[in-house]
Ligand binder design. Structure first.
Ligand code: ADP
Ligand code: MG
Length: 443
């Protein structure tokens, strides 16, 4: 029995110890359970008695919870930033999944794809076959593609689409991003440049061909015909002068264009400039029995400008009035200071308006908007016959752009035309109480 007792005691102690350890583990397990449950909760409370093992686990879990929560918040912020960037992109942007369905679009793109409900095939939004083929190529593995296409709705325009694969698929299934850029203005500028070169070459080729023809005649059949030589040389002189005028106008145009973004620095008094311009063309007007009548107020505010460029404006307008006005009539130049809103909108600004008025053929209405295009003429043959280059009004327009002014044309076929130039008054040039009356405009 005695021998059994220590064994019993030992057994009892062992059971008690085991019970204690199990109890401690139970506490640890409960703490762990609570901790795990609290991972999803907002605040994980400190647990007072987490047992000797549980304390460490608990603290580790708490750290893990905090770190995951921070990461989740960081990820949410980054997602919001990315969405804000996409929304801020002005060009339309569309996200596509691997089956060419639209999974996201910014506000600009929603005009093309409509509101984003169920995932729809890109083809329901943009039907252009070349664009869809490019999208398919990228979805099948190509890194990127660009394609130009025309869109007729809501208005005729040229678009360039860029489609690029994302480095890895996004959570919403997006695998490619499609951006659209309106390149209508770019294409138009390209076309205008090409047209301009073609037109300029054509304008030079005609007198050159005629010169070569006359030179060959003078070397051959007219070699000994002094009377013909005289006549041909006069024509050749006129053709060479015509080319000189054309090259002069081209150079003037490109010089003005180069400077167009630098505001002109000088101050110009318009009245003496107009008087000089009228005097310079008096002789030419007289050849057609025409007079230039100046109708200027006693005082005109100065304007900020480049004198030579402005002299060219009035010379070109007067030249046209002499060419296209009826023989024997008067050309009037009027000027007035007035306030009016600029064509781009906004509050009225102080301008000086100068109107050159002729009595003559006038210009049919449909031609008015295009008159300032380079080489645009109502009647090309007539303009050429009168020595015109077709660049006079293009120069006028560019000079006025340079001066932040503008041109208005009013014309009645068979009666005559009024070309009115609006130039900004110098800021410090406005005496108080200067005419505010818009009806004073000489138009
Ligand atoms: N005062 C005017 N009256 C009638 N037509 C005009 C007048 N001014 C310009 N035009 C028309 O506008 C066209 C373009 O003018 P412009 O650029 O000065 O070229 P150009 O005088 O060399 O032909 C002219 O060819 C003419 O058809
Ligand atoms: Mg002209």
């Amino acid at each position: 029995m005695l021998a059994v007792r220590p064994a019993l005691i030992g057994g009892a102690v062992l059971v008690a110890l085991t019970g204690f350890v199990i109890a401690r583990f139970a506490v640890t397990a409960a703490a762990a359970r609570e901790a795990i449950a609290s991972l999803a909760g907002e605040d994980a409370p400190e647990i007072a008695d987490a047992g000797p093992f549980g304390g460490g686990i608990w603290r580790a879990l708490l750290r893990l919870t905090r770190s995951w929560r921070e990461r989740a918040l960081g990820a949410e912020d980054r997602l919001e930033d990315a969405e804000a960037v996409i929304a801020a992109v002005l060009d339309p942007l569309i996200l596509l999944d691997g089956r060419r369905r639209i999974v996201g679009a910014n506000a600009a793109a929603e005009r093309f794809v409509g509101s984003l409900g169920a995932r729809r095939d890109l083809a329901t939004a943009l039907r252009n076959p070349a664009l869809l083929a490019a999208a398919d190529a990228v979805l099948q593995g190509e890194a990127e593609r660009a394609v130009d296409f025309a869109d007729a709705v809501p208005q005729e325009r040229q678009l360039r689409a860029h489609i690029a694969r994302l480095k890895r698929p996004a959570l919403d299934g997006a695998v490619a991003v499609l951006t659209l850029h309106d390149i209508t203005a770019l294409k138009r500028a390209e076309q205008q440049r090409a047209d301009f070169i073609a037109n300029a070459s054509h304008e030079l080729r005609t007198p050159l061909a005629s010169l070569i023809g006359f030179i060959e005649t003078l070397q051959g059949p007219a070699r000994d015909d002094s009377e013909a030589q005289e006549r041909f040389l006069a024509i050749m002189h006129e053709q060479a002068a015509r080319m000189t005028r054309l090259v002069g106008d081209l150079l003037a145009l490109s010089a003005i264009e180069l400077n167009e973004h630098v505001p002109p620095g000088g101050r110009v008094a318009l009245a003496p400039l107009l008087r000089e311009g009228a005097a310079a063309l008096e002789l030419r007007a007289g050849e057609r029995d025409m007079r230039v009548v100046l109708d200027l107020p006693a005082e005109l505010p100065e304007i900020a400008g480049n004198r030579d460029e402005l002299a060219q404006v009035f010379q070109n307008l007067l030249d046209n009035a002499i060419k296209y006005g009826r023989a024997g009539t008067a050309i009037t130049i009027g000027a007035v200071a007035l306030d009016r809103p600029p064509p781009e909108g906004g509050p009225p600004l102080p301008f000086v308006a100068v109107a050159v008025r002729d009595l003559g053929d006038g210009i049919p209405r449909e031609h008015l908007p295009r008159l300032t295009e380079r080489f645009y003429r109502v009647d090309t043959a007539r303009s050429r016959a009168m020595g015109g280059t077709g660049l006079g009004l293009a120069i006028v327009k560019h000079v006025l752009n340079h001066h932040r002014g503008f041109l208005e044309v009013e014309s009645i076929s068979g009666i005559g035309s009024v070309f009115t130039v609006f130039l900004r008054q110098r800021a410090e040039e406005r005496p108080a109480g200067m005419s505010q009356n818009r009806n004073n405009a000489v138009i």
